[in-house]
Design a protein around this ligand. Structure first.
Ligand SMILES: C[S@@+](CC[C@H](N)C(=O)[O-])C[C@H]1O[C@@H](n2cnc3c(N)ncnc32)[C@H](O)[C@@H]1O
Length: 272
């Protein structure tokens, strides 16, 4: 069995119980030291053979899979393995070779960054969609399908999480603004570098000021940029989910005490 396990954003206690179980039983662990903290490997047994994938190619990794058909192999990917982890090509190999595999979800850097920012990414009437994307161009230009530019998504004004792009902050700002067709310049932005690591950095800024802030803090890698009006601390209309006048499968509505559509003071929202 080959288990593609999400290691979480960094902190060892953000590994799932299932991920820890797979690690504890693994004969072989292949992990990426660039984004996974070594403490996560404490869940593996002392006998498990460990390989750091930082200097390996896909072929190197597949050669290990090939050489150990009966082994329990854990391939540890940062965050959640279904986002920017290059497991698709490994799954294709498993299918072609008739090798059993599974995906163990992980806490993605998106969740960790939003938690560090202390914000909900979706607010009623403000933002109900989250776009996960990255800048095009650079060395991975060929990876970007047409129509998926940051510039194109910026026109929607929803919450956006931009991965793998902190090293090009001017391009990021320019695409987010798109010369007046994208986000307004004062749209809130939060840059979270190394979320949940001891060296975590959280910068609260605006789209216009992203380059200065990112460069001033020397951030280039392992950073997620969150953008959108939901990241503001301003008051927002409350959700209907917990409104007394709104019924759903688990609760009948009551006719009294509705606060639907009424904003909740910021101090109260922070307490919930
Ligand atoms: C190769 S991708 C892996 C994404 C990962 N699968 C996930 O779900 O978070 C690496 C990018 O994810 C983001 N990232 C991963 N870990 C992070 C962390 N602890 N803090 C902030 N961003 C992180 C950064 O944008 C980084 O450039």
């Amino acid at each position: 069995m080959i288990s593609f396990v999400g290691a979480g954003p960094g902190a060892a206690d953000l590994l799932t119980f299932r991920g820890a179980d797979r690690l504890a039983r693994a004969d072989i662990v292949i992990w990426a030291s660039s984004l996974v903290q070594e403490e996560v490997l404490d869940h593996a047994s002392a006998e498990a053979v460990r390989h750091d994938s930082a200097g390996m190619t896909l072929e190197d990794v597949l050669a290990i899979y090939q050489a150990h058909p009966a082994a329990r192999i854990v391939r540890l990917h940062s965050g959640d393995p279904t986002v920017y982890s290059a497991i698709g090509e490994q799954i294709d190999w498993c299918v072609a070779q008739d090798r059993e595999y599974e995906i163990v979800p992980g806490v993605g850097s998106l969740s960790a960054a939003a938690a560090a920012a202390g914000r909900e990414l979706t607010l009623p009437q403000v933002a109900q969609s989250v776009v996960l994307t990255r800048l095009g161009g650079g060395r991975t230009a060929a990876s970007m399908p047409e129509g998926e530019t940051v510039r194109a998504f910026a026109a929607h004004g929803s919450t956006m999480a931009v991965y793998l792009s902190a090293a090009r902050p001017e391009q990021l700002r320019d695409e987010l603004l798109d010369e007046g067709r994208g986000y307004p310049p004062d749209t809130p932005a939060v840059v979270v570098a190394r979320a949940t690591w001891p060296t975590e950095i959280v910068l609260t800024t605006t789209v216009a000021e992203l380059p200065e802030q990112i460069r001033a803090h020397g951030i280039r890698t392992a950073a997620l940029v969150l953008v959108g009006p939901a990241l503001a601390a301003a008051e927002a209309p409350r959700s209907r989910l917990y409104d007394p006048r709104y019924s759903h499968g688990c609760r009948r509505r009551s006719s009294e005490g509705s606060t639907e559509g009424r904003p909740i003071p910021v101090e109260k929202r922070r307490l919930t």
